[in-house]
Design a protein around this ligand. Sequence first.
Ligand SMILES: [Zn+2]
Length: 143
Amino acid sequence: MDGSSDELSSRLDRLSRSRFRTRFILHENDIKYFQEKGLDNIMGHAHRFIRDRLAPANPPKDGSQTPMKGHPVFIAQHATATCCRSCLKRWHGMEKGVRLTESQIAWILELIKAWFLTQLEREQICDEDQSVRKRGDHQGMLF
Ligand SMILES: [Zn+2]
Protein backbone atom coordinates (compact mmCIF):
# COMPACT_ATOMS: atom_id res chain seq x y z
CA MET A 1 0.00 0.00 0.00
CA ASP A 2 2.38 2.70 -1.16
CA GLY A 3 1.20 6.22 -0.57
CA SER A 4 -1.20 5.17 2.15
CA SER A 5 0.79 7.03 4.78
CA ASP A 6 0.23 10.28 2.84
CA GLU A 7 -3.43 9.50 2.73
CA LEU A 8 -3.42 8.71 6.42
CA SER A 9 -1.77 11.97 7.33
CA SER A 10 -4.07 14.03 5.15
CA ARG A 11 -7.05 12.30 6.72
CA LEU A 12 -5.67 12.95 10.20
CA ASP A 13 -5.12 16.52 9.17
CA ARG A 14 -8.75 16.89 8.14
CA LEU A 15 -9.92 15.27 11.37
CA SER A 16 -7.75 17.66 13.36
CA ARG A 17 -9.85 20.52 11.98
CA SER A 18 -13.07 19.07 13.38
CA ARG A 19 -13.95 20.60 16.70
CA PHE A 20 -16.00 17.55 17.61
CA ARG A 21 -13.29 15.02 16.73
CA THR A 22 -10.49 16.86 18.50
CA ARG A 23 -12.43 16.79 21.72
CA PHE A 24 -11.39 13.16 21.99
CA ILE A 25 -7.90 12.83 23.44
CA LEU A 26 -6.07 10.25 25.49
CA HIS A 27 -6.17 10.95 29.19
CA GLU A 28 -3.79 9.93 31.91
CA ASN A 29 -5.52 6.62 32.57
CA ASP A 30 -5.38 5.78 28.85
CA ILE A 31 -1.67 6.58 28.74
CA LYS A 32 -1.19 4.32 31.73
CA TYR A 33 -3.05 1.58 29.91
CA PHE A 34 -0.66 1.98 26.99
CA GLN A 35 2.32 1.70 29.27
CA GLU A 36 0.92 -1.48 30.78
CA LYS A 37 -0.36 -3.21 27.65
CA GLY A 38 1.76 -1.79 24.84
CA LEU A 39 0.64 -0.57 21.45
CA ASP A 40 0.62 -4.00 19.80
CA ASN A 41 -1.81 -5.44 22.32
CA ILE A 42 -4.07 -2.45 22.10
CA MET A 43 -4.07 -2.65 18.31
CA GLY A 44 -5.15 -6.26 18.76
CA HIS A 45 -8.15 -5.00 20.72
CA ALA A 46 -8.80 -2.44 18.01
CA HIS A 47 -8.85 -5.19 15.40
CA ARG A 48 -11.39 -7.11 17.42
CA PHE A 49 -13.64 -4.09 17.97
CA ILE A 50 -13.59 -3.13 14.31
CA ARG A 51 -14.18 -6.68 13.16
CA ASP A 52 -17.06 -7.33 15.56
CA ARG A 53 -18.73 -3.92 15.84
CA LEU A 54 -18.07 -2.19 12.52
CA ALA A 55 -17.32 -4.74 9.83
CA PRO A 56 -20.71 -6.51 9.52
CA ALA A 57 -22.99 -5.18 6.78
CA ASN A 58 -25.49 -4.13 9.45
CA PRO A 59 -23.73 -3.91 12.80
CA PRO A 60 -25.93 -4.20 15.89
CA LYS A 61 -26.84 -0.81 17.43
CA ASP A 62 -25.09 1.01 14.62
CA GLY A 63 -24.52 4.61 15.69
CA SER A 64 -24.14 3.81 19.36
CA GLN A 65 -21.90 0.75 19.32
CA THR A 66 -18.82 2.70 20.38
CA PRO A 67 -18.81 4.03 23.95
CA MET A 68 -17.38 7.50 24.57
CA LYS A 69 -14.85 6.15 27.07
CA GLY A 70 -13.70 2.99 28.80
CA HIS A 71 -10.99 1.93 26.32
CA PRO A 72 -8.43 4.00 24.42
CA VAL A 73 -9.57 2.39 21.18
CA PHE A 74 -13.08 3.79 21.67
CA ILE A 75 -11.63 7.27 22.05
CA ALA A 76 -9.48 6.76 18.96
CA GLN A 77 -12.52 5.62 17.01
CA HIS A 78 -14.40 8.81 17.80
CA ALA A 79 -11.35 10.93 17.12
CA THR A 80 -10.84 9.28 13.72
CA ALA A 81 -14.52 9.00 12.76
CA THR A 82 -14.34 5.21 12.69
CA CYS A 83 -16.97 4.83 15.41
CA CYS A 84 -19.99 3.78 13.35
CA ARG A 85 -20.97 3.09 9.77
CA SER A 86 -22.39 6.59 9.26
CA CYS A 87 -19.11 8.21 10.24
CA LEU A 88 -17.18 5.73 8.09
CA LYS A 89 -19.38 6.72 5.18
CA ARG A 90 -19.26 10.46 5.78
CA TRP A 91 -15.53 10.74 6.49
CA HIS A 92 -13.99 7.82 4.69
CA GLY A 93 -16.41 7.01 1.89
CA MET A 94 -17.01 3.44 3.03
CA GLU A 95 -20.47 2.36 1.91
CA LYS A 96 -23.07 1.29 4.46
CA GLY A 97 -25.01 -1.94 4.21
CA VAL A 98 -22.08 -3.98 2.92
CA ARG A 99 -19.45 -5.83 4.88
CA LEU A 100 -16.15 -3.98 5.24
CA THR A 101 -13.38 -5.57 3.22
CA GLU A 102 -10.16 -6.76 4.80
CA SER A 103 -8.29 -3.87 3.22
CA GLN A 104 -10.80 -1.36 4.58
CA ILE A 105 -10.39 -2.88 8.02
CA ALA A 106 -6.60 -2.73 7.67
CA TRP A 107 -6.82 0.92 6.62
CA ILE A 108 -9.04 1.81 9.58
CA LEU A 109 -6.53 0.15 11.90
CA GLU A 110 -3.67 2.09 10.31
CA LEU A 111 -5.58 5.30 10.86
CA ILE A 112 -6.26 4.46 14.50
CA LYS A 113 -2.62 3.53 15.01
CA ALA A 114 -1.42 6.75 13.41
CA TRP A 115 -3.73 8.72 15.68
CA PHE A 116 -2.42 6.86 18.74
CA LEU A 117 1.15 7.66 17.72
CA THR A 118 0.43 11.38 17.45
CA GLN A 119 -1.22 11.27 20.88
CA LEU A 120 1.61 9.31 22.45
CA GLU A 121 4.24 11.55 20.94
CA ARG A 122 2.48 14.47 22.51
CA GLU A 123 2.89 12.65 25.82
CA GLN A 124 6.59 12.19 25.05
CA ILE A 125 6.62 8.48 25.53
CA CYS A 126 7.45 7.95 21.92
CA ASP A 127 10.85 6.22 21.96
CA GLU A 128 9.38 2.80 21.97
CA ASP A 129 6.59 3.76 19.65
CA GLN A 130 8.82 5.14 16.96
CA SER A 131 10.43 1.75 16.59
CA VAL A 132 6.99 0.15 16.61
CA ARG A 133 6.00 2.45 13.79
CA LYS A 134 9.08 1.65 11.70
CA ARG A 135 8.55 -2.06 12.03
CA GLY A 136 4.83 -1.74 11.45
CA ASP A 137 5.33 0.23 8.27
CA HIS A 138 6.95 -2.43 6.21
CA GLN A 139 5.83 -5.63 7.83
CA GLY A 140 2.15 -4.95 8.37
CA MET A 141 2.59 -7.00 11.46
CA LEU A 142 -0.71 -6.19 13.05
CA PHE A 143 -2.81 -7.43 10.22
ZN1 LIG B 1 -19.96 7.57 14.41
